[in-house]
Design a protein around this ligand. Structure first.
Ligand code: HEM
Length: 362
């Protein structure tokens, strides 16, 4: 074996130019850079998809073997690192000026990163639902953009449809795993409800203590009234979250358990037997954060490159991209739980702490 055959160097180097009547020799260095950076991204996306596929199938097991949680964490962390490193590629893109880009931009009209099937595959695999997507070009579905000129299918569309046909996202698998996770040693509904009740009582007590302090330290009664309202709202929001009031009636038991598991794992992070579950959740959060940062960073690069004009794919450009960073969030409960967590000193004691130690205590 040798390097050039194994890495397919010649094939790889022949892939950066020459479409239709525009031969590779006519391309500026800027255009070759533009193509190369996109290709590098597609290769990273391919690796991320492989890791997500593996992670999803590991988390789909019932039960998930303990040993697999380490693998799940490692795969997710690899995806995070890829996104972090890949986000930096936009810096290389920014060595091109607006004027350099405009020199070849008109040749691209109709082609856009919006048509990156692998990006859509990642979103679908993670659990982004179609009803959450923004209409980029009028009301046209994002899948329309993956069709050929005459409305025919394309390799990109085939990829996306194949991925949709698989059904069951990483989010589904993760949430199902959380919904089975024992809370303080038991999955019994009554036990989980009691756990949540004591958590909410601690919340209420914390709010009362803060209010007492405010009464002592804040001079104006109207300011105390404002604080009282704010603390009350916090307690109400915590109650609404753990009782899953925002979900349809039939889904509430499922989400109540998912959220109880999140409160439990996050509130008792130090317990050794919660280490892997906590690592998995941290890695999922890190992945979503890295992807949001990728979206925001892409939008800033785009703004620097083309200002606020419409994109070659026909969307509103930067405005559209900024909205995707706000809206295309998948693991919302993992983020939302952070709003209601308590400091360690006021977290209620568990009934079964010993079950979560590595050694049985004498
Ligand atoms: C000069 C460089 C770039 C410019 C000016 C640019 C511009 C844009 C614009 C305006 C959009 C919105 C859709 C449209 O109307 O076209 C878009 C979407 C997109 N671009 Fe770029 N882009 C650049 C580089 C890249 C690179 C290097 C990647 C890496 C793969 C990329 C990936 C994407 C993706 C995945 C979308 C779809 C985002 C979504 O719908 O959520 N872009 N780009």
């Amino acid at each position: 074996m040798n390097y050039w055959d194994y890495i397919k160097v010649e094939e790889l180097l022949s892939l950066q130019g020459g479409v239709g009547d525009r031969p590779a020799e006519s391309f500026s260095n800027d255009e070759v850079l533009f193509i190369t950076v996109h290709q590098i991204y597609e290769l990273w996306f391919k690796l991320v998809l492989r890791e997500l596929e593996k992670t999803r199938s590991q988390l789909r097991q019932n039960p998930v073997p303990d040993e697999d949680l380490a693998e799940v964490t490692r795969s997710l962390r690899r995806c995070v690192t890829i996104f972090e490193v890949a986000t930096n590629h936009f810096r290389v893109m920014e060595t091109m000026t607006t004027r350099d880009y405009l020199a070849f931009r008109d040749h691209l009209i109709g082609a856009s990163g919006f048509q990156s099937a692998q990006m859509r595959e990642m979103e679908i695999m993670l659990g982004l639902h179609d009803d959450k997507r923004l209409p980029a070009m009028g009301d046209e579905s994002y899948k329309e953009a993956l069709k050929g000129d005459a409305g025919e299918g394309s390799p990109a569309l085939a990829r996306v449809e194949r991925r949709q046909g698989e059904g069951g996202s990483l989010r589904d698998a993760l949430y199902a795993w959380l919904a089975r996770t024992p809370v303080d040693g038991s999955s019994d509904e009554g036990h989980v409800e009691r756990y949540l009740q004591s958590f909410l009582e601690a919340h209420e007590a914390g709010a009362k203590a803060l209010l007492e302090t405010a009464r002592e330290r804040v001079a104006r009664p109207e300011d105390v009234a404002v604080l009282e309202k704010r603390y009350r709202r916090d307690v109400e929001a915590a109650t609404a979250f753990v009782t899953a009031e925002d979900k349809p009636e039939e889904d509430r038991p499922f989400f109540r358990h998912v959220r109880a598991a999140l409160v439990f794992i996050e509130s008792h992070r130090e317990l050794p037997r919660l280490s892997w579950p906590r690592e998995v959740i941290d890695a999922v959060i890190a992945l979503e954060q890295a992807m949001v940062i990728w979206r925001q960073r892409h939008a800033r690069m785009v703004e620097r490159m083309i200002g606020r004009r419409v994109g070659t794919g026909g969307s509103g450009g930067v405005d559209y991209l900024d909205q995707t960073a706000l809206r295309y969030r998948i693991f919302d409960d993992l983020w939302a739980v952070r709003t209601i967590l308590l400091r360690q000193s006021v977290v209620p004691d568990l009934e079964h702490t010993d079950d979560y130690r590595l050694r049985i205590q004498d």
